[in-house]
Ligand binder design. Structure first.
Ligand code: FAD
Ligand code: NAP
Length: 542
């Protein structure tokens, strides 16, 4: 399957990436009669679910909902076991999909795309890989993922460490035996929170290095009720339609109970004793169970105080509880974090919280981590430090469009794209869940399927109407970016005290721009499909 270095392999569409998006793109484009190949840098398919093999890695959307809807037979045959699937089950599922539809022959693993250059005369993309292979195609689909480019902070002395350095997002394929070892884990986002209790069970001692305290809500766990799965299979299409009508792409049929229904009451209009009483029935969820917490900063702070009270009730050592109690930013600003036994882990003798606000990390030494509050000797350092989100993978590729302009330079002040699908100056280059689409603010599989289908329809339209190129107009792109910014205003995502990867705050030097579309999946789908129905309004077809 691998092309020799001298030859150029001609295709109709080059797909980059073989996660949920790339796999479906290969399937659909082949169905539509386009020759295609997915180039994937990993040695296996699955994307997120191939790379993030850390202990405890798991989805927080129910399996029945976090799965493809494009094939009725696939949905009828595949049996999910757990409500919230573990990484292993999702990876197995995606491998099953690839084999079931014989997609492997069009997926080239172990191949990193380094450059993609648009030839304006030929209207073709030349795609180059780290092995020196070249592919030429009129169309290119970037299925490179929103959370696929790991972020590891540049800590001085990292090369001097004599132990083992790991990343949650590049965990060794064969696993790691941490038993009897002293482990230092940096980062308390979703990955760190999920990994903490698992590593605490295995390691001799776990030091958790926390820079920002986290609002971690209890994750739902349980086996999937076979009856529920049978009901789903009676009419999967109906359930899939419900997903596309749901704001976040989660329709609620997946079996997770979640928090009790949110009351209409406002926290600021509720006496303190009644607020506190809710902690007895709802635990941490009581912090969010108010109509005003998501929209009013003062109400939000009242919700935060309930959350902190629950931390105090859960964590035995008052100093540790205080250090774990989030302050200074609202609930709902960062991506929700869900964990099991996260706060309880800090009641264990073999778990120590290192609150970096009392003294930041200064260096990595041969024997461990040096902070301004002292040295911590460890055998293993784990970076659970997140990703260069939304644009990181795209910006690592030399993508050159019209006039040789480089995408990462065009996006130097923040990514701009029409519907998160295409960017001005880069004809025939499509992004799946790109900046300006619901993407990471939705059940991503639903968002991915919609995008891939939109792209498939678009390519079919171009072929049927004799067009060779498609590219957004500047006016349409500017208008969409404006809409993306407008709907974000007033939400906790862009609150003045909010720092998040949604805004690019976790990457030094990254422009502070809120990249996903928060107007909801149904509104987005209606708009994007309307654009297509109107003959790709806002795009120039050449
Ligand atoms: P990915 O799965 O990221 O796949 C992109 C692929 O592109 C990767 O395999 C990568 O190696 C490849 N690639 C990138 N650049 C290149 C290149 N230059 N050359 C070749 N290959 C390249 N979403 C949810 O909706 N619910 C969840 O509960 C949820 N949990 C998550 C848990 C974790 C640990 C993480 C990291 C993310 C989670 N997400 C979740 C988001 C998740 O990324 C998406 O749901 C989905 O898996 C994305 O699929 P994708 O195909 O778009 O991207
Ligand atoms: P993340 O949310 O970005 O968290 C990274 C953590 O590392 C933060 O606590 C951050 O602190 C810390 N950090 C970064 N640089 C640091 C430094 N130099 N020193 C000390 N601490 C540092 O990354 P993630 O946990 O990998 O999650 C990313 C996203 O992936 C999630 O938001 C979610 O979308 C997805 N995900 C989902 C699940 C799930 O449950 N389904 C699980 C894992 C991941 P600051 O907050 O101070 O920056």
């Amino acid at each position: 399957m691998t092309a020799s270095k001298d030859e150029v392999t001609d295709l109709d569409v080059v797909v980059v990436g073989a996660g949920f998006a790339g796999i479906y793109a290969v399937y659909l484009l082949r169905q539509l009669g386009f020759s295609t190949r997915a180039l994937e840098m990993g040695d296996g398919v699955g994307g997120t679910w191939y790379w993030n093999r850390y202990p405890g890695a798991r989805c927080d959307v129910p399996s029945l909902e976090y799965s493809y809807g494009f094939s009725r037979d696939l949905q009828l045959d595949w049996e999910w076991t757990e409500i919230m699937p573990a990484r292993e089950e999702i990876e197995e599922y995606l491998n099953h999909v690839v084999d079931r539809f014989d997609l492997r022959r069009d997926i080239q693993l172990g191949t990193r795309v380094t450059a993609a250059t648009f030839d304006e005369d030929e209207a073709r993309w030349l795609v180059e890989t780290d092995h020196g292979e070249r592919f030429s195609a009129p169309f290119c689909v970037m299925a490179t993922g929103c959370l696929s480019m790991p972020m590891v902070p540049d800590v001085p002395g990292i090369d001097s460490f004599e132990g083992t350095i790991l990343q949650t997002s590049m965990w060794p394929r064969d696993g790691v035996d941490l038993s009897g070892l002293r482990v230092g884990m940096i980062g308390t986002g979703s990955s760190g929170v999920q990994a903490t209790p698992e590593i605490a069970n295995e390691a001799a001692h776990l030091y958790v290095f926390q820079r920002t305290d986290t609002y971690s809500f209890p994750a739902y766990r349980g086996m999937l009720d076979p009856e529920l799965q049978r009901t789903f299979k009676t009419n999967p299409d109906q359930f899939r339609r419900m997903q596309r009508d749901a704001f976040f792409g989660v329709a609620g049929f997946g079996g997770a109970l979640g928090p009790a229904s949110i009351p209409d009451r406002k926290i600021l209009e509720t006496p303190m004793e009644e607020r506190l009483a809710l902690l007895d029935t709802m635990g941490f969820w009581a912090a969010r169970a108010w109509a005003d917490v998501a929209v009013d900063l003062e109400a939000n702070e009242a919700g935060c105080e309930l959350f902190r009270e629950m931390v105090r009730r859960t964590v035995q050592d008052p100093d540790v509880a205080e250090a774990l109690s989030p302050r200074g930013y609202p609930i709902g600003c960062k991506r929700p974090v869900f964990g099991v036994d996260y706060y309880e882990s800090f009641n264990r003798d073999n778990v120590t919280l290192v609150d970096l606000r009392k003294g930041a990390i200064e260096a990595i030494t041969p024997t461990g981590i040096r902070t301004a509050q002292g040295d911590y000797d460890v055998d293993v350092i784990i970076f659970a430090t997140g990703f260069d989100a939304m644009v990181g993978a795209l910006n690592r590729i030399d993508i050159r469009g019209r006039g040789g302009q480089l995408l990462r330079e065009v996006w130097g002040d923040g990514a701009r794209a029409l519907l998160g699908l295409q960017s001005v100056g880069f004809p025939n280059l499509f992004m799946v869940t790109g900046p300006g689409s619901p993407s990471v603010l939705a059940n991503m599989v639903v968002a991915i399927e919609h995008h891939v289908e939109w792209i498939g329809d678009c390519l079919t339209y171009l072929r049927d109407h004799g067009h060779h190129t498609i590219e957004p107009t500047l006016a349409a792109q500017d208008d969409w970016v404006e809409q993306v910014n407008t709907v974000a205003q007033g939400t906790m995502f862009v609150a003045p005290t909010c720092n998040s990867w949604y805004l690019g705050d976790n990457i030094p030097g990254k422009p502070r721009v809120f990249l996903p579309y928060i107007g909801g999946l149904p509104r987005y789908i209606e708009h994007a499909d309307g654009v297509a129905t109107a003959g790709y309004e806002g795009f120039v077809l050449g």
